[in-house]
Design a protein. Sequence first.
Length: 307
Amino acid sequence: MNTAPAFYPIGTPGTPWGDAERNQWLSHQTRHRSYESEVLSKIEGLGSRFDVEEYGRLEYGDESFPLLAIRSQDWNDELPVVLVTGGVHGYETSGVHGALQFVDQHAAGYAGRVNLLVAPCVSPWGYERIHRWNPNAIDPNRSFYEDSPAGESAALMRLVAPVRDRVLMHIDLHETTDTDETEFRPALAARDGKPFTPGGIPDGFYLVDDSENPQPEFQQAVIAAVEKVTHIAPADDNGEIIGSPVVASGVIEYPLKQLGLCASVTNAKYKTTTEVYPDSPRATPEQCNGAQAVAVCAAIDYALAHR
């Protein structure tokens, strides 16, 4: 695995970025893949089996990104709502394609049992640039709060607002990658004028529970299903994963709302954030997508069985 640079090449150590540094950073971002051909086309291809709606549109320079959500065609207000989100960090590929795989291969099995609401790619600019931030150097997954500075986060909150209190389960699909350590954490430290402290990247799948409302049995049900598809991340020598204590096999906890994380956008009883490690020599992209889809199914199944 590559090691992080001694200092990030933008900005002055110890000094938070201003407009000049953010503009310099933005000038280095290039488009690597197509949201339209890789994501929108797949969502639109599901339109004969599901309702597809545009819940917002992001305008960045001369680029325009429609934000699409997928809903159950047989929406029934008497049924609980299940929310699936992916691509909040656009570079986390299996979050996007795992959500789409779930809809394509598994969602029909829940018809008449739940109302499905799926936002497969919350951050399309980040998807195309393979980046964690949006073009304003803002992390959407730290921006889910009132008057959000991130258009990606604000749009999703507007989509969810009418059903926020009726959501039974929300699963947010993510990855932890080697570039977290080599690019994104150093960039974050530089942006905020803080020192970068090297860490490690866990090899395997893990979950993030809500420390304010932990649901350990729910988390373990998801872990049990996923470990049939890919390996679960072990704790490090300190009994931690990315600096947080491991509370059960493959599970850590964060205060979701305090941190402005996507998994805090509803009042769902059952919430989790998945983390897949796509750079593992023990996992393929197909396994990563499959792990995400299996996690969604296991999460819905548990939530329905323990309403």
